[in-house]
Design a protein around this ligand. Structure first.
Ligand SMILES: Cc1cc2nc3c(=O)[nH]c(=O)nc-3n(C[C@H](O)[C@H](O)[C@H](O)COP(=O)(O)OP(=O)(O)OC[C@H]3O[C@@H](n4cnc5c(N)ncnc54)[C@H](O)[C@@H]3O)c2cc1C
Length: 411
């Protein structure tokens, strides 16, 4: 088959390789990485041990405190509220105990296959060197908050996820630079990548070497014909003709799906980060600062602190006071950061669905168009397994994960 992939972020790139593996012809339609695409600036976690949707008891517990602080971990810009209302209504619906339970089941089903899928993709391309298997730490500033998180940790263990509570002495030995932490849990099987932007660049280079055909254009319209599917592009070039099309354009997928009659509740949770010189933090592995809304990662290219959720749409300028506030909160845990020079700062657009599940499946109107977007906080984690699911769907076979919870028809 000849398959046109719209969007060469990490999801589109992993999909290109899954299709090339199966002998299909691939056309990659990508105008050149859009400013703020999260593929490049994310925290680099393969967070396959995570099981909770954003609409979780943990988020609701912290929400009043977060919303009170204009530079806190979660904000809604007042002017954006009317646009966000339908998304928020669905977020509320996704917060019922039964919906949370089904979201957890679906997240677990896809995350459980995420690391094996990445390992297989990386080793087939001789890119294993990108994977760092040092585990991931969750830390709590207050013992009471840790105690209140026991239900989530127990639920992770019930899925067979290893979660090792560390004594203060064990934590001090593992991460001596950390201060003001009363409780910690190590997830020894979680891992991260060397640098997400470098990984994406390698995936693109190898896809082109393997024969994927690049089309440097912005897909503007998908036209369904009897014999083929046409992707029209801005700039007046000829339409790309294919047997099937994959839409993997992150947050920018919403408009393409809408043209096909699918009104997907996709909005962006804008995230922020700051990257310091490598080794500045003095930490050996990624750390989740529970209840603070940020994480740190020792990337090959620098030490990154990132997080925050800001609902403000695609057009508003970044507000890097949020980044500064995040760095300020981090200095409670890494006091030596106070004296470090300012870092590179970045803002990017997580493509998010209210139930925290991506959309992976056919368009309502035509099975020849497959959606693969909306991965929210887990797009790097889930890219390789999404690619395998998409490849199976295109070939009309059952895939490695049950696709029904991720269908576009669930809305
Ligand atoms: C601060 C932050 C930290 C994060 N940390 C993690 C993490 O540690 N682990 C994790 O798993 N996830 C993380 N994420 C989420 C993850 O980065 C995203 O879910 C993921 O990158 C989404 O990838 P994508 O390929 O779907 O979309 P994108 O990265 O948005 O790529 C979409 C591509 O489509 C192209 N495009 C757009 N419109 C068109 C068009 N019309 N025609 C053709 N091409 C088009 C764009 O140029 C872009 O290249 C984080 C996100 C943020 C913001």
């Amino acid at each position: 088959m000849r398959v046109a992939i719209i969007g060469a972020g990490v999801v589109g790139l992993a999909t290109a390789h899954a299709l090339l593996d199966r002998g299909h012809e691939v056309v990659l339609i990508e105008p050149g990485a859009k400013q703020g695409r999260p593929t490049d600036g994310n925290a680099g976690w393969i967070a396959h041990t995570d099981i909770m949707p954003l609409a979780s008891p943990k988020a609701w517990r912290n929400l009043p405190r977060w919303l009170m602080d204009p530079l806190g971990p979660l904000t809604i810009r007042p002017g954006y509220l009317p646009h966000l209302a339908p998304w928020l209504a669905r977020f509320l619906l996704a917060s019922s105990p039964s919906r949370i339970k089904s979201s957890i089941g679906a997240i677990r089903s896809i995350n459980a296959e995420s690391l094996p899928a990445w390992k297989s993709l990386l080793s087939s391309l001789a890119l294993n060197g990108h994977l760092r298997e040092n585990g991931i730490l969750s830390v709590w500033r207050h013992q009471g908050d840790f105690n209140r998180s026991q239900d989530i940790i127990e639920r992770q263990r019930s899925f067979g996820i290893e979660a090792e509570a560390l004594s203060p002495a064990a934590l001090a030995e593992l991460e001596p630079a950390l201060r003001n932490v009363e409780a910690a849990v190590l997830y020894p099987d979680a891992c991260h990548v060397s640098d997400p932007a470098v990984l994406a660049a390698d995936l693109l280079r190898l896809a082109l070497e393997r024969g994927a055909v690049p089309v440097a254009a912005h897909a503007s319209r998908i036209e369904l014909q009897n014999r083929d599917v046409r992707v029209h592009t801005d700039g007046g070039g000829p339409a790309v003709t294919a047997d099937q099309v994959v839409v993997s354009a992150g947050i920018w997928s919403r408009a393409l799906a809408a043209q096909l009659g699918d009104r997907i509740p996709l909005d962006t949770e804008r995230g922020y980060n700051a990257t310091y010189a490598k080794g500045t933090f003095g930490i050996g592995r990624p750390i989740m600062f529970e209840g603070e809304g940020f994480v740190t990662t020792p990337l090959n290219t620098g030490d990154r602190v990132g997080g925050a959720v800001e609902f403000a749409g695609l057009e508003a300028a970044p507000n890097h006071s949020r980044t500064d506030a995040m760095v300020q909160r981090l200095t409670r845990f890494l006091p030596h950061l106070q004296s470090q020079p300012a870092a590179k700062r970045w803002m990017g657009f997580r493509p998010s669905i209210p139930d925290s599940l991506p959309v992976i499946g056919p368009a309502g109107r035509d099975r020849r168009v497959i959606y693969a977007f909306g991965h929210g906080h887990y797009g790097l984690t889930q890219a390789a397994i999404t690619a395998q699911m998409v490849a199976s769907m295109l070939e009309g076979r059952s895939g490695p994960v049950d696709g029904s919870p991720f269908s576009a028809r669930r809305f």
